[in-house]
Ligand binder design. Structure first.
Ligand SMILES: C[C@@](CO)(OP(=O)(O)O)[C@H](O)COP(=O)(O)OP(=O)(O)OC[C@H]1O[C@@H](n2ccc(N)nc2=O)[C@H](O)[C@@H]1O
Ligand SMILES: Nc1ncnc2c1ncn2[C@@H]1O[C@H](COP(=O)(O)OP(=O)(O)O)[C@@H](O)[C@H]1O
Length: 267
């Protein structure tokens, strides 16, 4: 059985508070995009994870797919599975690829073994694997707060625009990005700001990780500048970086950026 685990971008990201558990409260809008990993599960003698495509740092035994399988196996009598992961989503890019793999594996196991888990039950399993993992269960645009796993509805639709994603050759660790940040509360919620017309996002929406990540990696800031120079209506880093997305009115080609970065068109 197969699943196509897609990536996400963050439309605005405010880190508002450090929590007693070491995590941070945030406000963001998660938006699914069309860059996919492919996950296949087949019955096998023992449970293994084979990875093809892009390299993932660390060994296959540490892969979040195996963690998701073991988590469900604690509660259900699951037979051993061979998990094959074709990795296309850039890693350490702020695209939530690992979290998506885990969430889609939970959904795949739920379907294959008729576990009859509800969406909230699957979200409960997912949030044990990563803060942004639960979003990928429903996988629709949402406003998220708390650790990034409390959701409410939001109306955002970019389907009439061309969205481009640029992945510089830099890997940013999420934990490092959070450790460099100074939480603050601006007073206006992103839930309000996201309702502004798209042309006003540039001067009103922010990703709080940009200031510290751009200081360390000026090449990521340069990508954002170039995207605005090319006519983007809005451009921002996704999550804790390193990828940068841009929203354009019309189709674009960006050969200058293709020289040093991976560029995905019409995501
Ligand atoms: C920054 C965001 C924004 O969407 O995305 P990415 O850039 O990773 O895609 C997320 O908050 C990333 O969530 P996720 O990648 O699931 O985080 P986890 O694996 O749970 O945690 C990794 C580390 O990040 C920090 N962390 C994560 C989430 C959060 N709300 N507060 C935190 O302080 C913690 O130090 C934690 O040890
Ligand atoms: N299936 C997986 N896909 C990607 N990364 C994984 C996976 N399993 C474990 N990891 C680990 O999680 C880290 C963060 O991965 P990822 O979710 O792609 O990044 P980001 O936090 O930028 O969204 C990787 O550096 C890797 O060590």
């Amino acid at each position: 059985m197969l699943a196509f685990a897609n990536a996400k971008i963050n439309l605005g990201l405010y880190v508002t508070e450090k929590r007693p558990d070491g995590y941070h409260n945030l406000e963001t809008v998660f938006y699914p995009i069309k860059i996919n990993d492919v996950i296949e599960i087949t019955d096998a003698e023992e449970t293994t994870c084979e990875i093809k495509g892009i390299d993932i740092p660390g060994s296959a035994e540490d892969n979040i797919c195996l963690k998701a399988f073991e988590l469900l196996k604690k509660d259900f009598d699951l037979p051993s599975q061979k998990i094959t992961l074709l990795k296309n989503i850039p890693v350490g890019a702020g695209l939530g690829g690992g979290s998506s793999d885990a969430a889609f594996l939970i959904k795949l196991l739920n379907d294959k073994f008729e576990l009859e888990l509800s969406v909230p039950q699957m979200e409960d399993y997912a949030r044990q694997l990563g803060a942004d993992c639960a979003f990928f269960i429903s996988n629709k645009p949402v406003f998220a707060e708390g650790k990034g796993d409390e959701f409410s509805d939001v109306e955002v639709d970019l389907s009439d625009y061309r969205v481009v994603l640029v992945k510089p050759p830099v890997h940013v660790s999420t934990a490092d990005a959070y450790s460099g940040i100074m939480p603050h509360n601006s007073g206006v919620s992103l839930k309000e700001l996201i309702r502004l017309p798209l042309k006003d996002w540039k001067s009103n929406l922010n990703n709080d990780f940009e200031s510290t990540v751009f200081l360390k990696y000026p090449e990521i800031a340069a990508v954002k500048d170039l995207l605005y120079h090319e006519g983007a209506i809005f451009a921002a880093m996704s999550g804790s970086g390193s990828s940068v997305f841009a929203i354009f009115e019309n189709e674009v080609r960006l050969p200058e950026l293709e020289k040093n970065n991976k560029v995905f068109y019409n995501i």
